[in-house]
Structures are given as C-alpha cells and as structure tokens.
Design a protein around this ligand. Structure first.
Ligand code: AMP
Ligand code: ZN
Ligand code: FE
Ligand code: FE
Length: 278
C-alpha cells in the first residue's frame, strides 16, 4: 500500500514524524511519503523511524503556491533539499505563514480567549505553522469542539479574522522543483473546497514540467476524480492517490487512498534522491 501525502508535527499534523511512520506501519502502508507544508524539517526523524519499522520512505513536501489569485498546493517528491530556489521559497513562505498566523491570532484574540503564546504552545519548535494551530488553541481554550468547527467558523476564507499569506506562483515552483531534481504533482486540484484550476492552467503547468496529478483524494468526489484522470491521460501525467493524513486533526486515515506500483516506480525513477528502503 503506497500512500504519497501525509503530514507530521513538522507542519500541521498531530503525530511526530516518528509516530507517523509507526502509524503508517500499523495501517499496512509499505511506501510512505512525508509531505509537510513548505518544509523538509521532518525528514531525518522519519528516515530513522522508517528504517526501524521496515517501511520505504519518500521524502517530500507540499508546497504552497498561487495561481490566478487562488491557493494551489504542489506536492514535490525526492527533491534536493539544498537547492537554493527551493530553500528560498520555503524560508519565505514559512515566514509569511508565521506573520499571517500572528495577524489572525491578534484579530481573533479581540473576541475569543486565546493569545499568541497559546498558539505557539500548539506547535513544535521550527514547525511550518498554519490555521490548524489556531484551531488547536481554540480547542484547548474550550471555544470550539474540534479543528473542523474552527474552520467552519473563524478560520474560513471570508471570516473577518481570515488573512492571506504570500506564496510563489505555481508555474515558477513546478520549474524550481524540476531544477531541484524533484517530482512535482498537483495536490487535490479539484477538491470540494476552493476554486479549481482550469484545463488550460494544467496545460501551462505541464509545459513547465508538471509530472502528476493527485486523483484519489478524500476531498475529490467521483466527478472530480474522473476529470483529473482524463487530464492525466490527455497530458501524459501520472495519477496518484493518497490519504493527506494529519493525525487526529482530520478524519483522513492512512492508506484510505493509495497509488499504483507503476506510478510509484516512475516517481522513484524520476527523483534525484533515492527512496529510502529499510
Ligand atoms: P493554512 O495552511 O493555514 O492555509 O491551513 C490550511 C490547512 O488546514 C490545510 O492544508 C489542511 O491541512 C487544514 N484544514 C483545512 N480545512 C480543515 C478542516 N476543516 N479541519 C481540519 N483541518 C483543515
Ligand atoms: Zn495541512
Ligand atoms: Fe493540501
Ligand atoms: Fe496536505
């Protein structure tokens, strides 16, 4: 079972990288990709744990980008973590995420009993922060029952507390990922939440080196999956499936969607880093 999209406490997941790997093993995952938002910080811990647990590890990330004013998530697998273009993008986006979270927290703190230290208390040092950490602070303060309730209310775009963060253009990051020897795959392009890229957007990304589309994902219904699959056939892209597991912060279960051996082999072959086998 090959699960190519998961999060740890290096970003907004709730399991440490080592615990995530243990949970993946328990769930029957044989190949796991760690794809924290805009960071490689969890890689080393996950690698040690994967060797101990006897599962194969793909080191990856989920990169925040913007396309026509929309937020688009780009998965990257097996890239060189020292590539200057990638390092700069991660550093900038992480800083913008932090500033944005502080702004949102300041706005929320006018109406609810949380402050910045309460949000920091929900994060690991050096983590790539996001709205789920404010949600966790709101849960800890007893304001909402869970992350979902926080997102349905104060954290959704359109809420008076919502603030954007800066992220580079999707096409630029597809090119940078390729320069860094990575494998760029669009994450959940037709998810129920958010606006969708049109076919021409995807065509433009293919021209700069996009290699795959996430097809089987909890937030893509049957029509979205059919559309994504048709685009992979039209453009010769690799279709992937994955859980987008975040620990107990989301209902997504490890291995609930998965990727074929054939597509995994293509990704493994295309990346500059090796897949880590136990
Ligand atoms: P941000 O990175 O700050 O834009 O926050 C978006 C992240 O929050 C997504 O990548 C998801 O991991 C997570 N998320 C979005 N909606 C929900 C939800 N309803 N419940 C829990 N987590 C969510
Ligand atoms: Zn996330
Ligand atoms: Fe995402
Ligand atoms: Fe994700």
């Amino acid at each position: 079972m090959i699960d190519l999209h998961t999060h740890s406490t290096a970003s907004d997941g709730t399991d440490s990288p080592a615990e995530l790997v243990r949970q993946a093993k328990l769930a029957g995952v044989t190949v796991l990709a760690l794809t924290d938002h805009d960071t490689d910080a969890g890689w080393d811990e996950a690698a040690v744990s994967a060797a101990e647990q006897g599962i194969a590890l793909i080191r990856g990330a989920e990169i925040s980008t913007t396309l026509g004013g929309r937020s688009v998530h780009l998965l990257s697998y097996l890239h060189d973590p020292a590539h200057p273009g990638l390092r700069q993008a991660f550093a900038r986006t992480k800083a913008s995420r932090l500033e944005r979270l502080q702004k949102m927290t300041a706005l929320i703190s006018a109406d609810f009993p949380i402050s910045w230290p309460d949000v920091v208390a929900q994060t690991q040092p050096g983590a790539s922060v996001g709205r789920p950490h404010i949600a966790d602070a709101l849960v800890a303060a007893g304001v909402v029952a869970d992350r979902d309730a926080a997102f349905a209310n104060m954290l959704r775009p359109g809420s008076p507390y919502y603030t954007r963060y800066e992220a580079p253009a999707t096409a630029e990051m597809v090119a940078v990922v390729r320069q860094a020897g990575g494998v760029p795959v669009l994450a959940h392009p037709f998810a129920t939440r958010g606006r969708h890229p049109c076919d021409d957007d995807v065509a433009g990304l293919v021209r700069v080196g996009l290699l795959g589309l996430e097809v089987w994902h909890r937030e893509q219904d049957e029509a979205a999956r059919q559309h994504a699959l048709a685009l992979t056939e039209r453009f010769g892209l690799w279709p992937t499936g994955s859980s987008d597991y975040h620990g107990f912060g989301k209902p997504n279960r490890l291995g609930e969607n998965y990727t074929s051996e054939t597509v995994f082999a293509k990704i493994a072959h295309a990346g500059v880093l090796p897949v880590l086998y136990p």
